[in-house]
Design a protein around this ligand. Structure first.
Ligand code: NAP
Length: 247
């Protein structure tokens, strides 16, 4: 149990990658605060039950990562946070030419500013304890723009940059900040994005491992970044994509 005695805080944890990561952190010994939008309460409660089945403590907090006041209240209510996983994200595919300002702003609010606001709310307590682990869920899209995801890819490139800068600004206080860049993971977002069985077969074939990802495939890398095993790793972005992208 690499995370015994630690408490993790995961955003967007009601389903998909966030839910898998929250349960995975608990299986590795962490207590977990799971948060998501209010509308996701029923799903959050199911994730809470899966965490308590592991023997760890779970707490549900409602949180919109674009709402600074709500973030500050939730972080205060959570108490000690040793591990922060900035996972909440949105993707509404559109070409750059058909993109409207509202969609652009929504992506930057949730995927980029959300990471900034939640991280800034959690950092002061980590600095006081001279310890902390921050893991940002970016995307391989942030390394290479993808058609119909230009706006999304731009936010994920921001996440990679925030990871590198926070690592340098918080490293002196014993805090590491790393990012994970998932490839195509079969969550609601991943499936919607692919759109068809044909696209699924195509990308499975492109992948070196000849399959697409499951939410659980993200757990091991998050646990590594959350644990002492990665104590000398910071400011890095790790592709977790089954070999569909190599830079
Ligand atoms: P998902 O199934 O759509 O889950 C995203 C979660 O974030 C949902 O529960 C969603 O709640 C929540 N969320 C959205 N806006 C929020 C807000 N303002 N405040 C708090 N929570 C909010 O997506 P996923 O595939 O698990 O993705 C998780 C992360 O991995 C995202 O950052 C995504 O960009 C990244 N990622 C995913 C893939 C992939 O292929 N799936 C690939 C690369 C990166 P609602 O349902 O209520 O909106």
């Amino acid at each position: 149990m690499m995370l015994t005695g630690k408490t993790a805080f995961v955003t967007g944890a009601s389903r998909g990658i966030g839910a898998a990561v929250a349960v995975g952190l608990a299986k590795n010994g962490a207590d977990v605060v799971i948060s998501d939008l209010k509308g996701q309460n029923a799903e959050l409660e199911k994730v809470r039950d899966r965490i308590t089945e592991t023997g760890q403590k779970a707490r549900v907090l409602h949180l919109d990562v674009t709402d600074k006041a709500a973030i500050e209240a939730a972080v205060a209510e959570a108490g000690k946070i040793d591990i922060l996983v900035n996972n909440a994200g949105i993707l509404i595919p559109k070409t750059l030419e058909e993109l409207d300002e509202k969609t652009w702003d929504a992506h930057f609010d949730v995927n980029a500013k959300g990471v900034l606001l939640v991280t800034n709310a959690v950092l002061p307590q980590m600095r006081k304890r001279k310890a902390g682990r921050i893991i940002n869920i970016a995307s391989i899209a942030g390394r290479q723009g993808v058609p119909t995801q230009g706006h999304y890819a731009a936010t994920k490139a921001v996440d990679i940059t925030l990871t590198r800068v926070y690592a340098q600004e918080a490293g002196m206080d014993g805090i590491t900040v790393n990012a994970i860049c998932p490839g195509i993971i079969l969550t609601e977002m991943g499936k919607e994005n692919l759109g068809s069985q044909e696209a699924m077969d195509h990308w499975s074939n492109v992948a070196a491992l000849k399959r697409l990802g499951a939410p659980d495939d993200i757990v091991g890398p998050v646990v590594f970044f959350a644990s002492d095993q990665s104590r000398f790793v910071t400011g890095q972005a790790l592709n977790v994509c089954g070999g569909i992208y190599f830079h």
